[in-house]
Design a protein around this ligand. Sequence first.
Ligand code: FE
Ligand code: FE
Ligand code: ZN
Length: 278
Amino acid sequence: MLQIGCHLSTSKGFLAMGKEASAIGANTFQFFTRNPRGSKAKAIDQKDIDELLKWMRENHIQNIVAHAPYTLNPCSDKEQTRQFALETMADDLVRMEYLPNQYYNFHPGSHVGQGVETGIHQIVEALNAILKPEQTTTVLLETMSGKGSEIGSRFEELKQIIDGVILQDKIGVCLDTCHVYDAGYDIVQNLDGVIKEFDNVIGLNKLCAVHLNDSKNPFCSHKDRHEKIGEGYIGLKAISAVIRHPKLCHLPFCLETPNELEGYQKEIALLREKFAQL
Ligand code: FE
Ligand code: FE
Ligand code: ZN
C-alpha cells in the first residue's frame, strides 16, 4: 500500500489533521511542531493526541512526520541562535513522545561562513546533546538544495553528521526530491544511480521518509523552490518512478507542493493511480 500524504496545518489540532488527511485520500502526513518561524509551541492536549492515535489505528495511518521550524539553525555563527535551536529541538523531542515511534525532520542548518567542517561539528554536538536513549522518535536530517551555506546538500555531509552522533539508531534521513535535484543529484535521468549513491555513502537503511516535490528550477540550480507535481523540471514521470522504485516504495511520501487541500487531494489521487499502473 502506497503511503502518501501532504503537509497539513496544525492550527485545528491533531485529530483534525488525521481527519483532514483521510478526507483527501492521504494515509500519512507532515506538520510543523510549532509556528514555522519558531515561536512557542502550544500546550499538549492529551485528549486530542489520544484521539489522533485512535484515528490513525482505525484509518491505517502508520507514519507521520513532524517538521522542526525551518528557521532554526543549529550551526549558526551566533551562540544564542545555536542555543535556541538546541532548546527548541529538545522541547520538540519531549513533545514527540506523546506520538510514539514517529519521525522528527529538521534542516541541518547553514554554516554562514564558518565552513562545512565547523557546521557539521556544531550539528553533531547539538544532536548529541538532545538525543536520549529512551526516546522512541527517529530524528531525520533533510537533504538540502545547497542554497547559501546550507549543510546537507551532499550525501557525504549527512553521513559525516550521522557518524558523529552517538545514538545512531535515533537518526535517519528524509530525502526531498526538489532539494536533491536542485543539489545536483539527477533523479530524472538517473534515479537508480542516485539511489545507489545514497546507499553507498549513507546506507538505504537510514532512509526513513521522502518529501515529494517538483522543482521550479532546473537541475543543479541550488535554489529550493517547490513546484506542483508535473509542473516543474522534475516532471510527473520521474516523480512516479520515485514512488514506484523497489528501494523506496515502502517509505512514507509527503507532498510539500504549493497547494491548498484540494490541490493535494488531486495530486494524491494522481500518484496513487501512477503507483498502481504496471
Ligand atoms: Fe523541510
Ligand atoms: Fe522538504
Ligand atoms: Zn524545500
